[in-house]
Design a protein around this ligand. Sequence first.
Ligand code: DX5
Ligand code: ZN
Length: 204
Amino acid sequence: KRCCKIQPSMLACDLADLASEAKSVLAAGADELHLDVMDGHFVPNMSFAHPVVASLRKHVPDAYLDCHMMVSRPSQWVEAVAGSTKGAGARYTFHLEAVEEDELDVAGVVKLIRDHGMQVGVAIKPGTAVEALSAVVALVDMVLVMTVEPGFGGQKFMPNCMPKVLALRSEHPDLDIQVDGGLGPSTIDAAAAAGANLIVAGST
Ligand code: DX5
Ligand code: ZN
């Protein structure tokens, strides 16, 4: 029995050949495509954004697009990402730490994403306590517990994030819990044992 969905992070691919790389991981059995959007502000790196996602969508009309938004003021890109992912389904995962005081509150960001027809994920960095999620968990479709500091592929899995996964799983038996960062053959068992069921994998 297969317990986890595997979501390859396209950050690890040849970005100049994104469409064929995406088709090849889907053909190999990938459940969803994990798309890492970085703004050089919330994280100290940049990657690609919605114009690239819109081009990719035309090549993979049936794929579920799991957009991991490592951006400040996450509400500002909801409309653009919704437009770029239209089709077989998409999730907009924003970072709890990225919501600014003068934008919508967290519940408002969740509603905005839903109003644009996407599923909603909320992410926390390794230094953010799981308690910070208590008011928002009931509103979202998925929680992402980062297992590296966001911004770069190829980092080492942080096992000290597993108690957060365990705590979420014990309170929410049916919640989708994603882990991202340093996942591979030597770390996936620890993540799954803690209760993660969505596994992002880039460099591996
Ligand atoms: C890191 C990204 C990850 C990254 C994972 O900021 O969110 O999705 O691509 O890459 P690996 O699997 O190499 O840690
Ligand atoms: Zn990611």
